[in-house]
Design a binder for this molecule. Structure first.
Ligand code: ADP
Length: 473
């Protein structure tokens, strides 16, 4: 497995290598092409006077360079020669035997052909081949060919020089690029290494106070570190909540268990009358029921928090539901002086999970009844935007402002002594808050200006995207 750094270096060096080679080939190719163009023009110019000296003498072609001017121009290794129409060498000057005749260069129709020819000695000669026709011959019958060869020494030297330079420059450039990329990659990835080390050192115990180092550069790695730390914050909060929940739950469970054990021990301490036994059993039953309620709510809350609550979104008439719940509660608290004041439209149907909504509303209404004393409980339902707003307000003492931010925490109670008397376990609002979220809404708590608490439940008309909807909805 290659490390990220190695891969970065390899890819960069490879891309650089390819770019370098292509660019060098293009530039060198262009330069060599121009050099040969220049050389060829010169070769043609040099061969012009020779063309005038080629004369058919008694039917054969002869080449003359009496003053050696042609050879002076062609230099060492150069030559000039005439060939007959079949390509046989007739006559020449200079090193003209060294270059074998290449038949395909003998093209009668052309103005001349120029090409490199490698000799047996290894030397390269550039040869210009030109067909010869008799002057004023309208049929342009080819009498033979003039060939002029010259060693393109300067061009070859420049090519060799380019090759030498590239052979040195390429490895050096690759090395420099490799080192630079390695350095940059190491510098860029160093924070990652530190983050890995930091992350490895974080355990469940150090989750609360250990965070990853944040790199100074505002880049993707810094964003990653920030996101990771934010995740750790959320995890730490969830962990703390979980710990508190477990501690509170154990504490809550201990109270009824102690009461049950106390009652049982008391009843068993000496023989008693059947009435006394019955009374003890009733107390035990009360406490057991309290425990059952507590455990039931804990389970529901755990399921809701863990996203395991199965929701079935169906059209639900909220007005009818509120009427049924308030009527039931009125009947239960008959004679307690509680009165519900309803402010509801004729009907209002939303798509939601009816069981969840019932649990939330029942909780709010039961609390309102419990705290309102003998006052009135107002229940209002209104459409707001793409949702509805259900408000349950009472005329009780309200909620201590310092407690408002904590009111939805599990086991939170403003006044524990009073709560225990009323049989509450401090999980109702936490559960209602969690369920409201599951339904795509939210639950808010406030105090009314005129006194008393007010709980507002906001719910969407339709379930949120991604919620598990019942088939057909
Ligand atoms: P429980 O299940 O014990 O009723 P809740 O979670 O419903 O507990 O309520 C938590 C706390 O919120 C209670 O201890 C109480 O102090 C406070 N509370 C809830 N409803 C009201 C209200 N209508 N008026 C005043 N205080 C309230």
């Amino acid at each position: 497995m290659l490390t990220l750094r190695t891969r970065l270096v390899l890819v960069n060096v490879l891309v650089f290598f390819l770019t370098f080679v292509v660019l060098a080939a293009l530039l060198a190719g262009q330069l060599i092409f121009h050099l040969y163009e220049q050389f060829d023009r010169e070769l043609v110019r040099v061969s012009m006077p020779a063309l005038e000296h080629v004369r058919p003498v008694s039917g054969t072609l002869t080449l003359r360079d009496p003053e050696g001017r042609l050879m002076a121009e062609l230099g060492e290794g150069g030559f000039a020669r005439v060939l007959d129409a079949q390509g046989n060498v007739v006559e020449g000057v200079g090193d003209y035997h060294a270059a074998p005749v290449i038949q395909r260069t003998l093209a009668p129709a052309s103005n001349g052909v120029i090409g490199n020819q490698r000799l047996d000695s290894g030397r390269v000669v550039r040869v210009y081949t030109r067909p010869l026709t008799a002057p004023f011959d309208t049929r342009a019958a080819v009498l033979g060919y003039l060939q002029v060869g010259k060693v393109p020494e300067e061009v070859l030297e420049i090519i060799a020089q380019i090759q030498r330079s590239l052979l040195i420059a390429l490895p050096v450039a690759l090395l420099v690029v490799g080192i630079a990329v390695l350095w940059a990659a190491r510098k860029a990835l160093l924070p990652l290494t530190e983050m890995t080390r930091g992350a490895a050192a974080i355990s469940a115990d150090s989750l609360a106070d250990r965070r990853l180092p944040i790199p100074r550069a505002k880049d993707e790695i810094q964003a990653l570190a920030l996101a990771f730390n934010a995740t750790l914050d959320r995890l730490a909060a969830a962990f703390a909540r979980q710990r508190r929940f477990t501690a509170d739950a154990s504490h809550e469970l201990r109270t009824p268990i102690t009461a049950i054990l106390g009652q049982a021990e008391l009843a068993l301490s000496r023989p008693r009358t059947p009435d006394a036994y019955q009374e003890s059993l009733h107390r035990i039953e009360d406490e057991a029921q309290r425990m059952q309620r507590l455990v039931g709510r804990m389970l529901t809350l755990a399921r809701a928090e863990g996203g395991q609550q199965v929701l079935e979104f169906v059209p639900t008439d909220t007005v009818a539901l509120l009427r049924t719940l308030t009527e039931t509660l009125s009947a239960q608290h008959e004679g307690a002086g509680i009165s519900f004041v309803l402010d509801l439209p004729a009907d209002l149907t939303i798509v939601t999970d009816a069981d969840c909504l019932t649990q939330i509303l029942l909780n709010l209404l039961e609390n309102a009844v419990a705290y309102a004393g003998d006052g009135a409980v107002d229940v209002a339902l209104q459409v707001e935007g793409a949702g509805v707003r259900i408000q349950v307000s009472d005329s009780g003492p309200g909620i201590d402002p310092a407690s408002l931010p904590h009111i939805f925490e599990p086991f939170y109670r403003v006044d524990p002594s009073r709560q225990r008397q009323s049989g509450g376990v401090g999980l109702g609002l936490a559960l209602a808050h969690e369920l409201a979220g599951l339904l795509g809404g939210r639950l808010e708590a406030a105090n009314r200006a005129e006194g008393g608490a007010q709980f507002t439940l906001h719910l969407p008309l339709k379930p949120p995207a991604g919620a598990s909807a019942a088939p057909g909805i």
